[in-house]
Ligand binder design. Sequence first.
Ligand code: PEP
Length: 247
Amino acid sequence: MRPTLIAGNWKMNGSLQSVIQLVEDIKGGDAGSAKLAVCPPAIFLMKVGGMLEGSQIALGSQNVCDQASGAFTGEVSGAMLKEAGCQYAIVGHSERRALYLESDALVAARFAMAQQSRLIPILCVGETLQEREDGITQQVVARQLGAVIESQGIEAISNSVIAYEPVWAIGTGKVATPEQAQAVHAYIRNLVAEQDAAVANKVQILYGGSMNPTNAGELLSQPDIDGGLIGGAALKAADFLAIGQAA
Ligand code: PEP
């Protein structure tokens, strides 16, 4: 039985004051037995890391540089994220892929640097609406995951988390049905199992895309859905905690 992880991706939202309030509310609440992680904007990582010290809630970043240090203006290194108290680093979020043109190869390099920095990468994969309608969901997910497996090896997947996030469900209120999500999760797990059954059995695969307290229970009860990567609903402590309780 894989443990459940509920991770909140706060994206570029909030202020110092609202972030402090959100952390206090999450810390003071009850998320049942699910493990929680929060991924605030980079500028607030140190502050939130300090507030989470001694708590069970993990800290994550929304990205990580593919290079160790040097002339990479605007980037944040894995070592810096580790120093801020991060345990996780999201890589390959669809907003990074679509808006900042991050390629599969760059995402794989960011994944590698996260692991070299002893961070657990949360690797996001998922198809656009057009790709789903064209019937190529599996090819897209296989290509995105394959880029990491080919460069890092299948063993690297055992120290990572995969997040299946259909792009058409992110921030749209259009959630994948539990059957649609489960089908892709099972496909991803099978892809890993073809190379290493033990890794496939161990790796947590999160669902992301308009998950909320109302739809979380059914999604999280699917056999291959091991948690959620939550955007909008993670900005309200009560909703975020309720998703944890639904797990
Ligand atoms: C996300 O951006 O990772 C996400 C899942 O967003 P939302 O929950 O708002 O769809």
